[in-house]
Design a protein around this ligand. Sequence first.
Ligand code: GDP
Length: 345
Amino acid sequence: MIEVRTLVEGIRAGNRAQVSRAITLVESSRPDHREAARELLAELSGLDKLDHRDRLDHRDRLDHRDRLEHRGRSVRVGISGVPGVGKSTFIEGLGTSLTAAGHRVGVLAVDPSSVRTGGSVLGDKTRMAKLGVDPNAYIRPSPSAGTLGGVARATTQAMLVLEAAGYDVVLVETVGVGQSEITVAGMVDTFLFLTLARTGDQLQGIKKGILEIADVIAVNKADGDREQEARAAARELAGALRLVHGAGERAPEVVTCSALTGVGVDEVWSRVLAHREHLGVDGIDAKRAAQQLDFMWALVRDELDQRLRRSPGVSAIRAEIRAAVLSGELAAPAAADRIIEAFDA
Ligand code: GDP
């Protein structure tokens, strides 16, 4: 039996153990846990006290300043890049400088490989030795079970738990492969892409999709022998981006940094803040609202997919349909119709 009330009080008081319990709860796929998680999140957002009409009135009453403060409660940033680019070194450096400046920093991870292997690579405290023991930081590895959609659901909810516990900066780490970056970009205000010095043809190696979702790009490992190379790469990348983004459109900023020495890390952060400034309070509101809508449909698709997998009707004919399609006996569209009929029945 989960005592939601106790969890809420613990979270509001910033109690780490209760924060961890709450995140474990939102990661769980058990139906009773799901129910408790829903209750928890409603309580945390204070929506349980207000019916729909009240909520609207309440929102209208909030003046600009209140909204700014409310928004100011958390800065949500996605951080991505290929393994070895320096994500954990960067987060360790940035995180400790933010906590030193009085912030409370939460680090979450979305790791598609943990979905496959059950092992987690990202958000590992041992990769962030100082931040891992910092009382003003909370690091949580990627949930290790389920689909990317399930991991995204858990991470989005974990973010809300951390925000309710007073973490005003939430960093969501992910690797530079596949769909996970798009997923993370859909849950943060600003998306930071870490890369290594690449010039000329190597630039092609950076997936175009990434450049479309990145708000800030940092060429890392700009130190020692590689400093000049990194600067040249950043200039070239910035030029290429200006071409991709038309006139009047804001191209992502490109800077260099060394996560190892710390040089330039503050500058990266100031670009992140500049991006927020550019969005403005209303822009962030609108972005988060649109993200909620996309997220809702993603959850619906995820749930329907699960139901399809669990459907007894579909299970009963699955093997037969599979064999018929493989042998060419049944065309795919007709087979799809049969599956849907079995599901609906
Ligand atoms: P991740 O896999 O993206 O998290 O990368 P890590 O942070 O684990 O870094 C991979 C390796 O690169 C480690 O050996 C780091 O010490 C090194 N590294 C990270 N950032 C820098 C940097 O700015 N300069 C240099 N020279 N090495 C770095």
